[in-house]
Design a protein around this ligand. Structure first.
Ligand code: C2E
Ligand code: CA
Ligand code: CA
Length: 253
């Protein structure tokens, strides 16, 4: 099977996209994003294979591999960069399987890194109809020290209700708010401003993603957004570029 062979050949690689801390213009956080680099040199984006892997059950294995790679990298940079944080994506297709949180914890412990350096991004759409189970899983992960981020915030139906009941550390504003091709930029910005002030009131960290334009950065800064992720600052980087990036940043300090 193509997929098994791909895993054996180490065709799945981790890319890291910086999240830039707004007030200080520094970056201590990254999101890990998978890429399928075929032996033939072709690069396949996750949207083209993740839905398939969700169906055939391979995704959990792949994400645990991602987690392991990320932990090894954190270990490698532990001395020089102890404040580094990396977030990883998980899918609703397997987070409800028994023992999920413990499996994640085992990987982190086996690598000897701190759970505090890892953030788990859960897409908002999981909340739909399984909120009690999700609540339990998030509580368990947080009890181990992981940070929890609600990905694609604002894209689903239950965001506000979810904020009331489920303890999370971070919200990631969905990219749709920054896709300005619908001609409703002002309304989108009013909503973003409102969500940011709500986050502040609740003591939740805020991240805006998919940011490509300077005026969006200015707006977000004015409204107290904590971190920005997007092409404006950087595309996702391969591990070599990631390491060059953090070295440069350490040198600038
Ligand atoms: P996501 O978690 O919402 O990740 C953000 C996506 O936006 C990434 O696409 C990223 O490359 C892209 N992006 C970042 N900045 C910009 C920007 O300024 N403009 C635009 N247009 N796009 C930007 P990517 O890497 O193709 O990933 C797509 C989705 O696939 C992710 O959305 C996530 O849901 C999923 N995914 C990626 N890697 C993994 C993984 O390792 N495990 C799981 N379960 N899902 C993953
Ligand atoms: Ca994500
Ligand atoms: Ca997202």
């Amino acid at each position: 099977f193509r997929m098994k062979r791909a895993a054996e050949n180490e065709e799945f690689v981790v890319y890291y996209q910086p999240k830039v801390d707004l007030p200080r213009k520094r970056c201590i956080g990254f999101e890990a994003l998978v890429r399928w680099k075929m032996m033939e040199g072709q690069m396949i984006p996750p949207d083209e294979f993740i839905p398939l892997f969700e169906k055939n059950g391979f995704l959990e294995q792949l994400d645990m591999y991602m987690m392991d790679e990320v932990c090894q990298l954190l270990k490698k940079w532990e001395q020089t960069y102890p404040s580094l944080r990396i977030s990883i994506n998980v899918s609703r297709m397997y987070i409800f399987r028994p023992g999920f949180a413990r499996r994640v914890l085992e990987i982190v412990e086996r690598n000897g890194v701190s759970t505090k350096q890892l953030e788990i991004e859960i897409t908002e759409s999981v909340i739909f109809d399984r909120s009690m189970e999700l609540f339990a899983i998030i509580q368990e992960l947080r009890s181990y020290g992981f940070r929890i981020s609600m990905d694609d915030f604002g894209s689903g139906y239950s965001s506000l209700n979810m904020l009331k009941d489920i303890p999370i550390d971070t919200i990631k504003l969905d990219q749709v708010f920054f896709q300005t091709n619908h001609g409703n930029t002002q309304r989108a910005r009013d909503i973003v401003g409102g969500v940011l002030s709500l986050a502040k009131t609740l003591g939740i960290h805020s991240v805006a993603e998919g940011i490509e334009e300077a005026d969006e950065v200015v707006f977000l800064k004015e409204h107290g957004c904590d971190e920005i992720q997007g092409y404006y600052y950087s595309k996702p980087l391969c591990v070599e570029d990631f390491e060059a990036y953090i070295c440069r940043q350490n040198a600038d300090r």
